[in-house]
Write a protein that binds this ligand. Structure first.
Ligand code: 5GP
Length: 114
């Protein structure tokens, strides 16, 4: 059995609204969206936090951003703009210990975030 929530989504043990997939990356809609478009982009391979990214995983982490680029183009909001953010640890509010980019779009986004 897979251990964390997102590993279970990768293994199709729990359902998700998947919007993008490669051999190494999966993207699916957030269950509690904070914008009209809120997609989570994860490596299929588990990495707990940014602190745990190994030097040799730079390409894999870069692929998360390529996924954001491709999804933005495919879904038609690349030119309007969007935000990608990755929370790390408790002070940032990380709740799932498997790194994920939040891809937020579809409305003006305030800065700084709370
Ligand atoms: P974090 O706070 O760790 O950066 O973000 C975790 C995100 O995962 C949250 O935005 C939360 O809504 C989302 N999430 C939690 N459980 C599930 C789930 O079962 N399915 C999906 N699609 N998203 C989830």
């Amino acid at each position: 059995m897979s251990e964390d929530l997102f590993e279970k989504i990768v293994a199709r043990e729990i359902p998700a609204d998947i919007v993008y997939e490669t051999d190494s990356v999966l993207a699916f809609r957030d269950i509690n969206p904070q914008a009209p478009i809120h997609i989570l982009i994860i490596p299929k391979q588990k990495i707990r936090t940014i602190n745990d990214i190994a030097d040799g995983q730079a390409t894999l982490v870069g692929e998360l951003y390529l996924a954001a680029r491709d999804i933005a183009k495919q879904q038609g909001f690349a030119e309007d703009g969007y935000r990608v953010v990755m929370n790390c640890g408790e002070n940032a509010g990380q709740a799932v210990w498997h790194i994920h980019l939040h891809l937020l779009a579809g409305r003006p986004l305030a800065w700084p975030p709370g």
